[in-house]
Design a protein around this ligand. Structure first.
Ligand code: BTN
Length: 249
């Protein structure tokens, strides 16, 4: 069980009276939205589940977590620009400082180590507020899905979840207020300057991942040679590819 008393409150936003810890929940994301709807939650609330049995990721994909091993929580904040990137940077800093893991961002919302997914981030807006959901694999020793990893598998060590969450909250509070988010994100992008492919409603797009735009969109030189921007909501399953039709510049 998560020990709510050992989660440290932050200086101004995340206060311990607003930490809501549940033994078992379908989804912290959905509970956060219910609480907002009932007027029972405001910015600064943190909803944490020791066990989440119906977690979800982008486009409604299932998010699996293990009771007692995963860190699954949702925080409610004002809807400031570039929240997914701010959350991703905060996860990276937490992993580096608390666990000595150097991770990267697989745009838009995956945190990966050597290509394996360690954490997923889901940012949703609801009634003018934002709900930032984080699923971090902490002490899992195996996964049914290929391509996943945990802090334990990467370091060989067991970690308590509470200090990791405390550190994330402190870092996120700070990262919420910084300028120049994109400059910090760029060097952390796992696939920048690589050939990638992804799914859109118009089919699979292949191209070279050139940069991120100011709104956090991906800028891609597609197979036809055109440079096009794609927002996170338009794009599914971004992955590396090794071949692409050539174009004449
Ligand atoms: C993704 O990889 O697509 C995002 C996964 C986000 C999972 C977290 S776990 C806490 C919160 N509750 C949910 O149901 N989802 C998010």
């Amino acid at each position: 069980m998560i020990d709510v008393d050992s989660i440290r409150e932050t200086e101004w936003l995340f206060k311990s009276k607003n930490f809501l810890c549940y033994g078992r929940l379908p989804s912290t994301q959905d509970r956060a939205k219910e609480l907002i709807k009932n007027g029972a939650c405001k910015p600064g609330h943190v909803i944490i589940a020791d066990e989440q049995y119906s977690g979800r990721g982008r486009f409604g994909s299932p998010w699996r977590s293990e009771k007692g091993a995963s860190l699954t929580f949702s925080i409610i904040v004002e809807n400031v620009p570039l929240l997914p990137m701010r959350a991703a940077l905060s996860v990276l800093e937490t992993l580096l400082d608390k666990c000595r893991i150097s991770a990267e961002i697989r745009w838009p919302n995956d945190i990966v180590v050597k290509g394996k997914k360690l954490c997923g981030i889901l940012v949703e807006t609801y009634k003018q507020l934002a709900v930032v959901g984080v699923g971090l694999n902490v002490n899992e020793t195996s996964f049914s899905l290929k391509g996943a990893t945990s802090i334990r598998l990467e370091t060989g060590k067991l970690f308590s979840r509470e200090p990791i969450l405390s550190y994330f909250l402190q870092t996120f509070e700070k990262t919420m207020k910084i300028d120049g988010v994109m400059e910090l994100v760029r060097p952390k992008l796992s696939l920048i300057n690589s050939l990638i492919e992804f799914e859109t409603e118009y089919g699979i797009i292949r191209g070279e991942f050139l940069d991120l735009g100011d709104e956090g969109e991906i800028l891609v030189r597609t197979e036809s040679g055109i440079i096009k921007g794609f927002a996170p909501g338009e794009v599914k399953n971004v992955r590396r590819t090794y071949s692409m039709r050539t174009y004449s510049p």
